[in-house]
Design a binder for this molecule. Structure first.
Ligand code: SF4
Length: 90
């Protein structure tokens, strides 16, 4: 899987992440689950255990959007035209 992910190319829209976390007092279990669910490993925990996202390698699969739909902790949109993931095999 990781070998194939390395074949993708990403054009990062600097300063305009297409996914952001809406901060609440405590991260929900749904948000924390993204650390293991995201296929690109975009979600990590900081030293305090709070969930962080680095959307640079996002594959735009939409999994995190669906998982956190009810909690509203994720602001998710497609990158602007020309930016984001470029799949080698379509
Ligand atoms: Fe990860 Fe998919 Fe969400 Fe991108 S859209 S951050 S690849 S779960």
């Amino acid at each position: 899987m990781e070998e194939r992910l390395f074949q993708n190319r990403y054009l990062v829209d600097e300063g305009r992440p297409h996914i952001q976390i809406n901060r609440a007092a405590v991260d929900s279990p749904q948000l924390r689950s993204l650390i293991s669910i995201c296929p690109a490993g975009c979600y990590t925990a900081d030293e305090d255990g709070r969930v962080e996202i680095a959307s640079d390698g996002c594959m735009e699969c939409g999994t995190c959007r669906i998982v956190c739909q009810a909690t509203g902790e994720i602001e998710w949109s497609y990158p602007r035209g020309g930016y984001g993931v470029l799949y080698k095999f379509g």
